[in-house]
Design a protein around this ligand. Structure first.
Ligand code: BDP
Length: 681
């Protein structure tokens, strides 16, 4: 298995009784609709059934009194836009009926039925009713025109700009199928550090060719925009959002896009962030910028997704507080077509962050969630880190803004503040590698993001169990080993990478350990800015005696993290500068606890290797070998991380490694040298 088929493998059903039952419903597929999307559903079901039960099932237009088939039943739309995308599946007078209020609902129901059948579940008492909780469920690609991907670790971009629009790679359709099978209904094709080229007539034509494929699977196409495009591409004097010429340029541009792509989804914008241009270049606010684009989109269905990932280069500021300070004062000023997209944590996709304090604090502005699926800070394609626990941890965090139970999930699904438009986005981990994601187990992160975007109440375990069964093996014992390993993998990574609430121990590459880096273009682009190690202790004081970032949360949240004696250890150094000899809840001093976590994290990679070995006999040999090899890399690099942190922090703590642990067999200078070689150009 080369991994290309992802979780849509449709391996033949091996349970004889189940196969007999499935064959009972395989006389026909009735599809009265002539739409493109139900056409895709029909094609998928035929492909799936052919492979699962070996039968080519004919399509008919109406079931009439016939029984023994699958029936697509499109009902009049009554609910809101999320309800319209839901579906029901149930047996009705001898047929399996998939009913929905939209073609998309039929497609999603079809994929749900196929998922059920891939897991060899009986149809007899089947009754599935499912509705997405969030309206815009999107992937964000950070893909560039030259075929590279910012923070991509699975080859180059799947979008072949140079051969579009004439040649349309068949892979686009498989990409669309995979996303539709999860209920993803939007995709941003290009990097948020955007090229103005995407607004050119030539590129709009290329984008349209991709949109034509994605549309068949219910996926809308979006683009990231370069805010200064009116100037650089349009030749105007500037790009001031209040300048009538600039506004007219965007209005014309949007009209041009919709002429070519009638169901265009809208724009994603990174502005005044990390050197990107934006409205503040003209003394305007983020709301001014977003509202200008919203005005251009007004005649159409499209939306503006404006990112809250902004932080100024201020040596005295705490970057943690930046997005809140910038955006909360703008609450209520955004056009209804705007959604503000917020990264899960206040800094930047670290292995563990507290939830962003923006969630809950902009009741009048729909806030969307931005998760990162690509493993920029999670070991690239070499380390196995299952991300559903990370996503869930954030979604289930309680903001307390309307009393207990005001979870982040309820903010973004709209139930807390009554947002009309709700959004969740994942920064994609797909690339041109044959298996899409580089690390075979990273497919699970794409899968988990999509499943949670549809229903954030699913558990990380349930999703892992499902994915493993669909993708790797049907054998229960082996599945259990793999699921166990997946569920612990993030904590293991944190153990050797950023234990106890450490964060961002790197410079630009975001891979090799560089906790000692103290020189950078900006203070908040160094490692020492974040961990603040000194002879007294370690960690970033964000209480009233420090930056007071905690004040951005409700008192009940502050109470969880305010007191170093009560702060749960995973968050400790996020909020406190703790002395090396302080006794922690675990009974160990900070120094000893740190050493233990670094060692236990690195050692646990061996445990992961064992779990993988235990499943070996039930795995495809290529997939087995691929992951086994990557786990070896992970083990080596985990020890590298452990040694880097430990030897570096030891220069401050001036204490020995606890007697029960075997000290590193290299010096700090040796580790630094190896890192320098890694980073050498
Ligand atoms: C950071 C990445 C950078 C992105 C930025 C963003 O290192 O490549 O452009 O996030 O989200 O984590 O805009």
């Amino acid at each position: 298995d080369d991994g290309y088929r992802l979780w849509l493998r449709y391996e033949p059903v091996t349970n004889a009784a189940i196969k007999v039952e499935y064959l009972k419903y395989a006389s026909f597929i009735a599809n009265t609709e002539k739409g493109e999307i139900t056409g895709s559903a029909l094609k998928e079901l035929q492909t799936g059934l052919k492979q699962l039960i070996g039968k080519r099932v004919p399509a008919i237009t109406t079931a009439g009194s016939r029984t023994g088939g699958v029936v697509f039943s499109l009902k009049p739309a009554t609910g809101d836009s999320a309800a319209k995308e839901g579906y029901q599946i149930q047996p009705v007078s001898g047929n399996i009926v998939i009913s929905a209020q939209s073609e998309r609902g039929i497609l999603y129901g079809t994929f749900a039925l196929l998922r059920h059948m891939q897991m060899q579940q009986p149809l007899k008492n089947l009754r599935i009713s499912s509705t997405p909780k969030i309206r815009y469920r999107m992937l964000n690609h950070w893909d560039n025109t030259d075929g590279t991907i910012e923070r991509g670790y699975a080859g180059g971009s799947i979008w072949k700009w140079y051969e579009l629009p004439e040649r349309v790679d068949p892979r686009y359709e498989d990409y669309a199928r995979a996303n539709a099978s999860l209920g993803i209904n939007g995709t941003v094709l290009n990097n948020v550090n955007a090229s103005a080229r995407f607004m050119s007539q030539e590129y709009i034509g290329k984008v349209a060719a991709i949109a034509n494929v994605l549309r068949k699977y219910g996926i809308k196409t979006y683009l990231s925009v370069y805010f200064a495009a009116p100037k650089t591409l349009g030749g105007l004097a500037g790009s001031d959002p209040l300048d009538p010429n600039v506004r007219a340029w965007w209005a014309d541009k949007v009209a041009e896009i919709y002429k070519t792509i009638p169901d265009f989804g809208g724009f994603l914008v990174k502005a005044n962030s990390e050197g990107e241009p934006g409205p503040q270049d003209y003394g305007r606010t983020h709301a001014d910028g977003a509202n200008m684009l919203a005005a251009a989109l007004k005649p159409y269905d499209g939306i503006v997704v404006w990112r809250a990932f902004v932080y100024k280069a201020d040596p005295d500021a705490d970057r943690f507080k930046a997005a809140y300070e910038e955006f909360v004062p703008l609450d209520g000023q955004f056009d209804p077509k705007v959604i503000v997209q917020v990264k899960n944590g206040p800094i930047d996709f670290q292995p563990r962050e507290p939830f962003s304090p923006l969630f809950g604090n902009m009741p009048k502005t729909p806030l969307g969630m931005e998760f990162q699926i690509t493993q920029e800070y999670l070991g690239f394609a070499a380390h196995a880190v299952y991300e559903a626990p990370l996503f869930k941890e954030c979604l289930e965090s309680d903001t307390w803004v309307n009393g207990q139970g005001s979870t982040v999930a309820k903010v973004i699904d709209g139930s807390l503040h009554g947002y009309e438009r709700t959004l969740i986005a994942g920064v994609a981990n797909t690339g041109s590698d044959r298996n899409w994601t580089g690390h075979p187990l990273a497919q699970a992160n794409w899968y988990a993001f999509g499943r949670l975007a549809w229903d954030h109440q699913l558990s990380a375990e349930q999703i892992a169990a499902e994915w493993t069964q669909l993708t790797l093996t049907r054998q229960i014992k082996s599945r259990e080993h793999i699921v166990k390993m997946m569920l612990r993998s993030r904590e293991i990574y944190i153990g050797y990478n950023t234990p106890l609430g450490l964060s961002r121990p790197w410079m630009g590459v975001h891979f090799a350990p560089e906790p000692w880096q103290s020189r950078g273009a900006r203070p908040d682009w160094t490692a020492t800015y974040y961990h603040r190690a000194d002879s007294a202790g370690l960690g970033f004081d964000r209480t009233t005696s420090g930056s007071n970032a905690l004040s951005q949360y409700r008192p009940q949240v502050q109470a969880q993290w305010n007191d170093p004696d009560k702060t749960p250890l995973p968050y400790l150094l996020w909020f406190h500068h703790v002395s090396w000899n302080k006794k922690l809840g675990s009974g160990r001093t900070l120094w000893d606890e740190l050493c233990h976590r670094l060692y236990s994290g690195a050692d646990s990679v061996s445990w992961m290797q064992q779990q993988w070995e235990l499943a070996r006999n039930d795995l495809d040999t290529r997939v087995y070998a691929d992951v086994a090899g990557r786990l070896k890399v992970q083990r080596r690099e985990a020890i590298w991380w452990r040694d880097a942190w430990l030897l570096y922090l030891q220069t401050f703590s001036r204490q020995p490694v606890p007697a029960s642990l075997t000290p590193p067999d290299r010096t700090l200078e040796e580790v630094k040298k190896s890192v320098n070689i890694y980073l050498m150009r």
